[in-house]
Design a protein around this ligand. Structure first.
Ligand SMILES: *Cc1c(COP(=O)(O)O)cnc(C)c1O
Length: 370
């Protein structure tokens, strides 16, 4: 990977920026697929939902493309009320943000500064180093175990007086496994009550492993746990930027001070609300995607690949130094995947795209492991 982080010493004549910017890499979005004559290109690099939003949601979006001169409802009252009913929490337990990304930034801002430490698993979501690094906090990246799961014992052992924020990701992006309810509850007994624990459940709708952690139950039992959820993945609304947090009213009140006013547009609120009203269909489609994922992961395992438990809408191949070569093979087949250096993450897409990846993967094995 090329190092594009800015240098602490600004060149003469250029503005001086915070030295914290030198401590973490910029966020790198998934690439678009290459054009290859005769092949339909597929983008399997950003974990987007390959299915469009539900028809009623698309109709709502069209109907709400009005009155852009007016600010949206800053409190997202209608959406929060419906979410509260759906989740069985109070509206004071909820904050709506411009994607879970803004929630992550706000949560870091209300917990972290140059005197504090943040603990999170690695590899995990690329925004964790960005938001915690930008706050100036010391980043403690705890390596995942070899099977792609969180090493909760090591994370607990990393807690110090200075720890202010711990991030957990279930299912973990990019490796795929979920955390188990029992192991998270045990972990929380080792976490001081004043330390905020963010549980990132961006992909919870795709998980089908028995015993997977249920963030809503945890939040009810632990005032220091905050859930991060999003309409970007299972709801298929990544382009409209709506996420939400669930937590104790005191934390939510803090978050409301840190989020950008009027961030979630009227159109986005209306689309999320309509999608929420079709909850059962959304969950059903997530299950269908999970079934396709399980078949795809099984296909890869049959070829001999070691695929970690895949519980999001993506599959991880821990390719190590062969990651670049595998990405190149996918590019040549008009497939964009996410090369994260120590492995390649492949988002679940249409069957034709996944069949093509399986062909690429089989040929790759024959060439490199044959
Ligand atoms: C996609 C994703 C998010 C949030 O994305 P938004 O589009 O900002 O809601 C959060 N966490 C993880 C792990 C993700 O993969």
């Amino acid at each position: 990977m090329t190092d594009t982080s800015p240098s602490a010493e600004a060149a003469p004549g250029l503005p001086r920026l915070r030295s914290a910017l030198t401590t973490f890499p910029p966020y790198i979005p998934g690439k678009p697929p290459a054009e290859v004559p005769g092949l339909t290109p597929y983008k399997l690099s950003s974990n987007e939902n390959h299915l469009p939003p539900l028809p009623a949601v698309l109709e709502t979006i069209a109907a709400h493309a009005v009155a852009p001169a007016a600010y949206p409802d800053d409190a997202a009252a209608a959406l929060r009320r419906e979410l509260a009913d759906r989740l069985g929490v109070g509206t004071d337990n909820l904050v709506v943000t411009t994607g879970a990304s803004e929630l992550l930034v706000a949560l870091t801002q209300i917990t972290s500064d140059a005197t504090t430490e943040a603990i999170y698993p690695w590899p995990s979501f690329e925004m964790y180093p960005q938001t915690t690094g930008l706050a100036g906090s010391t980043r403690i990246e705890v390596p995942l175990r070899s099977d792609g799961t969180h090493d909760l014992a090591a994370m607990a052992a990393a807690i110090t007086e200075a720890t202010s924020l711990i991030i957990l990701c279930s299912p973990n992006n990019p490796t795929g496994p979920v955390l188990r309810d029992a192991e998270v509850r045990e972990f929380l007994t080792a976490v001081p009550d004043h330390v905020v624990v963010a549980l990132d459940e961006a992909y919870w709708e795709f998980a089908n492993t028995p015993g997977a952690v249920d963030g809503l139950e945890l939040v009810a039992d632990h005032p220091n746990v905050v859930l991060l959820r999003t309409f970007s993945k299972a709801h298929g609304l990544a382009g409209l930027r709506v996420g939400y947090g669930v937590g104790h009213p005191s934390v939510i009140a803090g978050l409301l001070k840190a989020v950008i006013p009027f961030g979630v547009t009227d159109l986005s609120q209306a689309a999320a609300l309509e999608s929420l009203r079709h909850w059962d269909e959304v969950i059903d489609r997530a299950r269908q995607i999970a079934t396709i994922r399980d078949g795809f992961a099984a296909g890869l395992r049959t070829q001999g690949w070691e695929v970690p438990e895949a519980q999001g809408n993506f599959v991880w191949l821990p390719l190590g130094p062969l990651s670049d070569a595998f990405e190149d093979a996918c590019v040549a087949a008009a497939i964009a995947v996410r090369n994260l250096g120590d492995g390649v993450r492949i988002s679940i897409g249409p069957p034709e795209a996944l069949d093509r990846v399986l062909e690429v993967a089989a040929a790759f094995r024959a060439e490199h492991f044959g």
